[in-house]
Design a protein around this ligand. Sequence first.
Ligand code: Q46
Ligand code: ZN
Length: 300
Amino acid sequence: MKCRKCGGAAVLELRRHNAAFCEPDFLEFFRNQVREAIRKYRMLAPGERVLVAVSGGKDSLALWDVLIDEGYQTTGLYLDLGIFDYSVESKARCEAFAARRAAPLIVSRVADAIGAPVPVIKNVTRRPPCSGCGLSKRYLMNRAALEHGFPVVATGHNLDDEAATLFGSVMHWQTDALPRQSPALASTHPKLVRRVKPLYRLSERETAAFAFLRRIDYIVEECPFAKGATSIQHKQILDRMEDASPGAKHNFLFGFLEKAQPAFARAEPVALNECARCGQVTTGTLCAFCKLADQVKRAT
Ligand code: Q46
Ligand code: ZN
């Protein structure tokens, strides 16, 4: 196998690109894909302050690594979900990465914000753990960005994540979710920061290879609650399609973004208010996070 760029010995074959790369050319290919994502969706201004949501996994730490090297003023945000050893280990990886790159890291505990960690929230609500967890993460990311004066939050969602989310939304025809399925979400309210996903052009295998080659120490284990989550089942289905037909995920996601998404755009923007208690954005009077906090308080 020869590198497409230099003809040297390749370390990685990318079937969907019908190409193989040596180590330096793969790293450059990876960074170019991030640059292209940022350019195409105008995700970040040069040198902008960016809050990077990090979980300790390969994707978010690879993203942070690239953004630091691209000259953005980054700060990491680690949300401690209180999920047993998984949270202890993943926090340690984020702290070690931040120390190695001499980058600031904010740590925020879900239990401090809502009154209980994710496993307790799951028991209180009797809903899948990812439901309360996802809601809390979205809320706390936005709140941390506002409190610390960041105009934008970057997350490590990759091509596999985005294709699986799209697949799930299409399977259930969640037409509310489809307009928001985008690599970049603009701010539609002064209290809502922009959200961007600069890794959306890169597969999970590619981010794993990048993290490995950059010697990033990341947590390999998944969250224990990920097992059985429907998003994992959707990923497995898409993996089988990708095996049979390299490029299937890319075509599914990119085809949607380029050709289908405009058909689902809302004619009228959703009216947003400020939560009567916390002041964060909501479509009702009290936001979903404050309602969840009340539910936790009543039960604990
Ligand atoms: S952390 Fe939270 Fe994920 Fe664990 S409980 Fe679900 S949403 S799987 S990315
Ligand atoms: Zn609220």
